[in-house]
Design a binder for this molecule. Structure first.
Ligand code: NA7
Length: 487
């Protein structure tokens, strides 16, 4: 079939974050321009729009945290700050004309598969009918609020890190922070000096490695301007380094795992002098079991005179502060919830119904699974970006999304060429894929006995247990035998 006889699909993309922008760019490049991007907020940027807490930065090296086709010579540091990443996505969306296709302030509320197409109803009351839907709704999107007795009784200022209240000045205040994940570590490193007193409520200590956060000079940036070749080479170098260290370590390769463990343990030993404090900060699970934290400010902050690391465990919250298991009331003026996200929500809550009216909540009631992270049996012509078991551990989600977008485009090509009307993975293929994932999980560090956001309700990691290379290979070409044949 020649290019001009190809069918031209209409596509709705849900979400204008990193993956939604990417999907729109790539669809347009493929000659598909009947695209609408529905964005519930008034601005694009996803997680980088929502997370504005002090110290917010990406823990993947900045030159790797870009689209492969559009490097950024302007990064200020090896680990880019949230605001500059947000700016980058806005710039790219503008350069590629994608911003024109975004409908801001319009959430997708209903998405039903009817007579071979998707019928959409938005928060503005609009009704749309499209051939394909791409759910680019992000992973770490729904703040998780802790289930602690009395949380609603607290009378001071309180907020989740993803909803930072910039109207409150922390200077001189008694501040409490619940959690010691990547986010908390960044926040603590940034605010400790300003607070009058900072109490960190730690439930579980975390392993941390310190990768120096080099600041890029004007000369560094000038040398990269207009040089996509150099930017790509830099990105490849970081990607290679991460693949050979973190990615191999977490999937159970002995030498990288030993090196990663050594680096984290050495960092703690070298950074924290007081043996009592060091003991409190020492995890009892293997390095990498929870997502390894890359941070160079937390250990210094936690040793300040105005900072207390409280490990007694939270009993309840009262009007004036936090009561720990030893009965002590820690009075605080501000309480910050650095308690992470609910990653298994994906595009929910949304009234999403596939073929035969089956709802996503029914399909995922027992387990959140997909076929190759991208396709859902029962949901034809519907694709997930960064779906379950995308290999998210300490690697660039942008690189992952590019692989997935390429795969999605190849499936859409089948439709365009008239070979498939309904692109739908079979239940059997999904099951086989998930059995294959399960086989690999036993070798990984995520099943090392810790609790983390990687694990689903059954304690199974929603991660990719094999190598990056293997993942790229699996998504290189769709295996059409795994898709339903036309009726
Ligand atoms: P994380 O990594 O999920 O960390 C959440 C933290 O909050 C962690 O220390 C939790 O302790 C703690 N937490 C959660 N609920 C409670 C309750 N009820 N009581 C006490 N402590 C609690 O989220 P982040 O935002 O830091 O990072 C998420 C990802 O963002 C990160 O991996 C990067 O990819 C970017 P726990 O360890 O569960 O005992």
């Amino acid at each position: 079939m020649s290019a001009n006889t190809l069918r031209n699909p209409s596509v709705a993309i849900i979400g204008a974050g990193m993956t939604g922008i990417l999907a729109a760019i790539k669809l347009r490049e493929a000659g598909i321009d009947d695209i609408v991007v529905l964005e519930k907020a008034d601005e694009l940027g996803g997680t980088w729009r929502e997370n504005t807490y002090p110290g917010v930065a990406c823990d993947v090296p900045s030159h790797m945290y870009t689209y492969s086709f559009r490097g950024n010579p302007e990064w200020s540091h090896r680990f880019a700050r949230g605001a500059e990443i947000h700016t980058y996505f806005k710039q790219v969306a503008q350069e590629y004309g994608v911003d024109q296709q975004i409908r801001f302030g319009e959430a997708l509320e209903r998405c039903h598969h009817v007579d071979g197409q998707w019928q959409l109803h938005t928060s503005k009351g609009a009704e749309l009918t499209v051939d394909f839907v791409v759910a680019a709704t992000g992973i770490l999107h729904h703040p998780a609020y802790p289930d602690i007795e009395g949380l609603d009784r607290y009378q001071g200022e309180m907020w989740h890190t993803a909803r930072w209240n910039h109207d409150v000045d922390l200077a001189g205040k008694r501040v409490g922070i619940i959690g010691t994940g990547s986010t908390a570590c960044q926040v603590i490193g940034n605010i400790a000096e300003r607070c009058g007193q900072l109490t960190i409520f730690q439930r579980t200590p975390q392993w941390i490695v310190d990768v120096p956060d080099q600041q890029y000079t004007e000369k560094d940036k000038a040398g990269l301007r207009g040089r996509q070749d150099k930017l790509s080479a830099l990105s490849r170098r970081y990607a290679m380094a991460l693949r050979n260290t973190f990615s191999k370590a977490v999937t159970g390769k002995k030498i990288p795992l030993a090196l990663m463990s050594w680096a984290a343990k050495r960092n703690l030993r070298k950074s924290v002098r007081d043996p009592e404090l060091r003991a409190k900060l020492t995890p009892d699970y293997p390095v990498g079991c929870k997502r390894l934290i890359i941070n160079s400010t937390f250990y210094e902050a936690v040793q300040r005179d105005n900072v207390l690391l409280e490990t007694a465990g939270i009993e309840r919250i009262e009007e004036g502060g936090v009561v720990t298991a030893d009965g002590q009331l820690h009075e605080v003026d501000v309480l910050i919830l650095a308690t992470g996200f609910s990653p298994f929500n994906f595009m929910r809550p949304m009234d999403l119904r596939g073929r035969d009216g089956v709802s996503i909540d029914q399909v995922w009631e027992r387990k959140v699974q997909a076929y190759r992270s991208v396709c859902l049996p029962g949901f034809p012509n519907f694709f997930l970006m960064l779906g379950p078991n995308t290999p998210i551990g300490n690697y660039s989600v942008i690189a992952m999304s590019e692989v997935q977008t390429n795969y999605v485009l190849k499936l859409i090509d089948q439709w365009r060429a008239g070979k498939l009307d309904q692109v739908e993975a079979t239940e059997e293929a999904k099951q086989r894929f998930n059995d294959y994932l399960r086989e690999g999980m036993g070798n990984t560090v995520w099943v090392g006995g810790c609790q983390s956001w990687y694990l689903d309700a059954d304690g199974d990691p929603a991660m990719w247990p094999y190598s990056w290379k293997q993942w790229v290979k699996e998504l290189e070409e769709p295996d059409l035998d795994d898709f339903r044949k036309a009726a």
